[in-house]
Design a protein around this ligand. Structure first.
Ligand SMILES: O=C([O-])CC(=O)C(=O)O
Ligand SMILES: [Mg+2]
Length: 221
């Protein structure tokens, strides 16, 4: 079983909707509830580089100290426990990440300098946007350790897909299987639309192609 890396040929054509349905059919969690696209029309896929933040104590702290260690092609996944009252990401970081070929940033928390990221074309997904800095408020607690976001346990190197609908993570060892299922779901959904164009009712087209159970968990046991 091959495990994808930042240099693997990861499919960029798959939508988060199809990947999420594929995970449902495998009985796996993965959809990151509450995290949305900063702007429409951006998408990414890649292995996650995880970062965990915590509150500062009297020794202080800041944001972004890990960025020089992130490889090209990775998606930075930041766990700030959903905190939205101060940032963990801003414009200098967006421009640096873009320059380095990092594939995007997904934040369980908030970010600022949105216009800078937009101009740079650097893709971000977050809970919100807010201007108050995390400098002196948060610090990096860990990098490349497992994180849990919205009940989803994510390991470094798991594959994250993100688009207009949000972000979803697939365990690295299940990527090939999930991608195959997602692609099959796409083909079936295309066939339903074709049938409607050919004169079928939606009910007929969906029934013909088993639409309502496309994502239903097929328990292998
Ligand atoms: O304080 C932050 O969130 C970081 C910041 O503005 C930047 O990187 O430009
Ligand atoms: Mg800034």
């Amino acid at each position: 079983m091959s495990v994808p890396t930042a240099t693997s040929n990861l499919a960029t054509d798959l939508s988060t909707a199809s990947v999420s349905d594929a995970l449902d059919s495998l009985g796996l969690p993965g959809s990151l509830h509450g995290i949305g696209a900063l702007r429409q029309g951006q998408r990414t896929v890649g292995p996650v580089f995880t970062v965990t933040y915590e509150l500062v104590d009297d020794t202080g702290g800041t944001v972004g100290d890990f960025l020089d260690d992130v490889p090209a092609g990775a998606v930075i996944l930041i766990d700030n426990a959903g905190r939205t009252d101060c940032t963990v990401w801003g414009g200098i970081m967006s421009q640096t990440a873009h320059e380095r070929g990092i594939a995007g940033t997904v934040i369980h928390g908030t970010c600022r300098d949105v216009a800078v990221a937009t101009t740079a074309g650097y893709p971000i997904w977050s809970v919100s946007r807010f201007m108050r800095t995390g400098k002196d408020r948060v610090r990096v607690a860990a990098v490349q350790t497992s994180v849990t976001i919205g009940g989803v346990l994510i390991h470094p190197g798991d594959i994250l897909v993100a688009d207009d609908d949000g972000a979803v993570v697939v365990p690295a060892a299940r990527w090939d299987e999930a991608a195959d299922i997602a692609r099959r779901i796409d083909r079936v959904e295309d066939a339903i639309v074709e049938a409607v164009r050919g004169g079928a009712t939606l009910a007929e087209a969906r029934a013909l192609h088993g639409y309502h159970s496309l994502q239903t968990w097929k328990d292998a046991s």
